[in-house]
Design a protein around this ligand. Structure first.
Ligand code: ZN
Length: 433
């Protein structure tokens, strides 16, 4: 079935023009809610928004009564870890050895890698996530499979093969020379091809030698527009281990800084155990923290200080971190983010949370002219959601007195089963059966 090149999608349009911050809902800025409006899509991009029905030259796609938002952006997620999501009983370092590494070893097989990439990308779309920053495995074929699958679906994807040359089991280690050749090959084939970008992917400081991190930094310099993704300060045991491995560094974050890996395209997952000097370093380098609340709760890693990070000027985005995280749903992730902040005595509005999963992430990734909003010219990456999925939700949302109350109940009670349809660059890629 071919989809019209030019169409108008009708629904309750919600996106953001600026960061609502931690202001109370009543004072929030930057919220753009246009109920029962038409989103004009032409050639896969947003052509405008209007209140009145468009003329007959536009095909009509009727999602009246549904919540229509930009597709979610997940800034940290592991594609092979759908195989170990929801595994019992471990903390970070033991989790890696017990569950993650054995699962990732299988991705050396191109068939496993291809099937895994397909399953992962289709799952993202079925959760209303249209863009992501992704870790595959150390194997070149796992990155190849991910890029090929994302290209087929027209998705904005940032990924790269994992770099890991020590402290990992057989079958999961590379070495500096081979890793460099693989990265260069992958960059040349996939970076800036369509909507894809390459990320130098240091798993975390304990599994890369200094030499390997220097190599990654050199490649990031040599190939403009490449990203860097890694983990930082997730659990206390991990922080202690990094301090032993890099005694000359002031802090865990400083290890990456000394190796030249921090810049405005660096995406660091977690950042729970940082101090103020680290947070200032984040601001000065432009690196962002991908806050992963569901993973942090599940692995018992800690409670991220979002307000503290932003107070020092650091960018914070939101991520599922599956399989440490327990769902690919950004809605569930936002509900967990609220609870983590509540434990710190901070109240997270639905506005701030939804901004972080859309325009906020786009901005931190320097992709705001492409994704994250309904601004004219952006790619039409669109998720269409039901307002309710259960009698309880219907009852609760029916009682809501204003938009924030309605959205907050939606975010807290909802999940991926609310998703009706997902469009990527204007093309329908998911429809609920
Ligand atoms: Zn992770």
């Amino acid at each position: 079935m071919t989809f019209p090149e030019r169409y108008a999608l009708r629904g309750d349009l919600l996106d953001f023009t600026a960061d609502p911050g931690f202001a109370a809902p009543t004072g929030a800025q930057g919220v753009r809610y246009r109920p029962d409006h038409w989103l004009l899509v032409e050639g896969g991009r947003i052509a405008g928004v209007q209140a009145d029905a468009p003329d007959a030259s536009w095909a009509q796609v009727d999602h009246r009564g549904s919540l229509v938002m930009p597709g979610f952006i997940d800034t940290h997620v592991h594609s092979p870890q759908l195989d170990v999501i929801a595994s019992y009983g471990t903390e970070l370092l033991e989790w890696l050895n017990t569950y993650t590494f054995p699962a990732e070893r299988r991705y050396a097989d191109p068939e496993v890698a291809a099937a895994g990439a397909e399953r992962f990308l289709d799952s993202l779309l079925a959760h209303g996530t249209t863009s992501a920053v992704v870790f595959p495995t150390v194997h070149k074929v796992s990155a190849e499979a991910l890029f090929a699958g994302a290209e087929q679906r027209g998705m904005r994807l940032i990924a790269g093969k994992i770099l890991m040359d020590r402290h990992a089991p057989d079958g999961l280690r590379d070495d500096v020379e081979q890793a460099e050749r693989d990265c260069v090959d992958l960059v040349q084939r996939w970076h800036c091809r369509g909507r894809l970008a390459y990320a130098l992917t240091v798993r975390f400081a304990p599994t890369s030698t200094s030499e390997q991190m220097h190599m990654a930094a050199a490649l990031m310099k040599a190939y403009p527009g490449t990203y860097m993704q890694t983990h930082v300060a997730e659990s206390r045991d991990e922080v202690r281990w990094v301090a032993e491995l890099f005694p000359q560094s002031r802090s865990y974050l400083d290890v990456y800084h000394r190796h030249g890996l921090l810049n405005e395209r660096a995406v660091l997952a977690h950042g729970i155990w940082l101090d103020d000097t680290d947070r200032v370093l984040l601001r000065e380098t432009g690196a962002q923290i991908a806050h992963s609340p569901s993973s942090n709760l599940f692995l018992g890693s800690g409670l991220f200080d979002w307000l503290g990070a932003e107070g020092q000027g650091a960018h914070v985005t939101l991520a599922t971190d599956v399989g440490g995280g327990t769902s690919l749903s950004m809605i569930r992730t936002l509900a967990d983010a609220y609870k983590v902040q509540a434990m710190r005595g901070v109240k997270l509005t639905a506005y701030k949370a939804l901004y972080g999963a859309t325009r906020g992430a786009a901005q931190a990734l320097h992709l705001a002219d492409e994704i994250g909003s309904f601004d004219t010219g952006c790619h039409a990456d669109v998720a269409v959601w039901d307002w309710t999925s259960t009698p309880l939700m219907q009852h609760r949302i029916g009682l809501a007195q204003d938009l924030h109350e309605k959205l907050f109940a939606w975010m807290t009670l909802g999940d991926e089963r609310l998703l009706q349809a997902a469009y990527v660059a204007g093309t329908p890629r998911f429809r609920r059966a």
